[in-house]
Design a protein around this ligand. Structure first.
Ligand SMILES: Nc1ncnc2c1ncn2[C@@H]1O[C@H](COP(=O)(O)OP(=O)(O)OP(=O)(O)O)[C@@H](O)[C@H]1O
Ligand SMILES: [Mg+2]
Ligand SMILES: [Zn+2]
Length: 475
């Protein structure tokens, strides 16, 4: 049962993330991260174990790089969007790693959001367990590593490092994230130090203080061992794992215990955070599609200027119109709309020679601006007239002009304003024939894919422009 489930998840390629973090330097983060990787792999051979470091100490590389292996792509590439699985290097002891990078600080500004890294893992294609070794600080990248984690180990070696933990807990509190992923682990504990009284040694003392503050602690601690320390310093510049080179130490047993604990947590988490995030992304995508279809629903099937039904064969749809109250929405043929503007702006009859010339000018302005029609009331007569306005995509007014609606209410079409009247008639009139107190905006769209304007991002821009327009005062 366990096995089939394991295979299923590996197929899904959503990693379980273990982050090792503490603001204090030299508490044993990197030693924990690198050695845990080796122990986990040793315990379950078929498990993919990957380690990455946000530090530039290259300890990960010195421990796992195979002789002669050339790094191709680093953590920097991963953090700038390259799919993680393409950057995995198969290294020593069967561990995968992504090579470290010299400097990641220039990437920090790209990490304004707290969940960017979680998304990268959701889309990484990496399976199994990923261990993240972080820098001794709480920069935005470390924060991302904390929020992406299914489990966080916070090594503490003394009171100052225990004191520092409160910042991590505070971060989780601020963001309303469940703190149950966080646990402290006493590290670099010198067993020779004994106290009188209730707290007989360092780790009991630290544990008591931690529990007192409401922090969870792992059952295991890691003792300080000269042998372990020596594994870092070798003539060949390599770093050796405790499992293979420090088997006789008590630290070996402590790592075995800890790795068992981590592995149990992994198997108890069928849906790691990266998977949940992937699901959430899918839902968002689905909702975007639904919103798009809903927007498409209310669109008029025809061009309200010429009356022709839109289909693949008819003329190009080059404009989208929408009233401020959103009750009337649809596409206009490019020629219908620009032709209409030529008539009303230059008083030109479509059959006149100048018409073609002015058409060029109109085409150019309408392709980059929003055209608006707002009904106004004439002070003296109380009759409705029309304000024509064009503005750029930032909502700055380019031109404006008042148009008389003479003939519109009487149903008298003069050949010049016919097409405007048709547009108004279908989009803005009430039952008694007057204009509703709304306004109409016409936006240029891509003739190849006019419906694209109804997708999330472009449609949001239109709504934003409409908001600006509503706030504009009319003299
Ligand atoms: N169990 C241990 N026994 C003895 N020495 C240890 C043990 N664990 C780590 N060390 C030594 O302590 C030093 C700091 O360890 P390590 O580099 O893992 O800490 P770190 O928290 O990653 O440091 P930094 O914050 O600088 O990244 C190293 O020299 C390491 O060899
Ligand atoms: Mg380190
Ligand atoms: Zn038309």
């Amino acid at each position: 049962m366990k096995n089939s489930f394991r295979i299923m998840r590996d197929m899904n390629n959503f990693p379980y993330i273990l982050t090792i973090s503490s603001e204090k330097g030299g508490v044993g983060k990197t030693t924990l991260a690198t050695n845990l990787a080796v122990y986990l792999k040793d315990m379950q051979e078929d498990l993919q174990v990957t380690i990455i470091s946000f530090d530039n100490h290259f300890t990960v590389d010195r421990m796992f790089e195979l002789n002669g292996q050339k790094p191709q792509g680093t953590v920097e590439e991963f953090l700038t969007g390259v799919k993680g699985v393409h950057l995995l290097h198969q290294g020593q002891y069967g561990i995968n790693y992504i090579p470290s990078s010299y400097n990641l600080t220039n990437l920090y500004h790209g990490f304004k959001g707290p969940m960017a890294l979680c998304r990268m893992f959701a889309e990484s294609g990496i399976s199994g367990i990923v261990i993240i070794d972080t820098r001794p600080d709480l920069n935005i990248l470390t924060q991302n590593a904390l929020y992406a984690a299914d489990r966080v180990l916070i090594p503490v070696k003394d009171m100052p490092s225990l004191e520092n933990c409160k910042h991590i807990f505070a971060l989780f509190e601020q963001r309303g994230i469940d703190k149950k992923t966080l646990s402290l682990i006493p590290c670099l504990i010198d067993n020779r130090i004994k106290f009188d009284g209730m707290f007989k040694d360092q780790q009991t003392l630290l544990r008591a203080f931690a529990v007192n503050r409401g922090y969870r602690c792992t059952n295991t601690y890691i003792a300080k061992s000269p042998k372990v320390e020596s594994l870092n310093t070798n003539p060949d510049g390599k770093i050796y794992p405790i499992l293979h080179y420090g088997k006789e130490t008590e630290v070996n047993n402590q790592f075995i215990e800890l790795a068992h604990d981590i592995l149990a947590g992994y198997h108890q988490t069928p849906e790691p955070r990266s998977y949940l995030y992937h699901q959430w992304l899918n839902e968002q995508e689905g909702q975007r599609k639904e919103a798009f279809l809903a927007r498409l629903e209310g669109i008029l099937p025809h061009c309200v200027i010429c009356g022709a039904i839109h289909d693949q064969q008819t003329a190009q749809r080059g404009f989208y119109f929408e009233t401020a109250d959103r009750t009337s929405r649809g596409f206009l043929h490019s020629d219908c709309f620009t032709g209409m503007l030529c008539s009303i702006l230059y008083d030109l009859h479509p059959k006149s020679d100048l018409f073609q010339l002015s058409l060029k000018v109109v085409r150019e302005t309408t392709s980059s601006s929003v055209t608006m029609f707002r009904p106004l009331i004439e002070n003296e007569t109380g009759r409705q007239k029309l304000l024509f306005q064009q503005m750029d995509q930032n909502g700055n007014l380019i031109t404006e002009r008042e148009l008389s609606l003479d003939g519109f209410f009487e149903g008298f079409f003069d050949g010049i304003r016919d097409r405007l009247f048709l547009l108004l008639n279908e989009s803005m009139t009430t039952q008694d024939g007057s204009l509703r107190s709304t306004w109409l905006a016409v936006h240029p769209v891509d003739e190849e894919q006019p419906e694209k304007v109804l997708q999330d991002a472009p449609y949001r821009r239109i709504q934003e422009l409409h908001r600006l327009i509503s706030e504009m005062t009319i003299k």
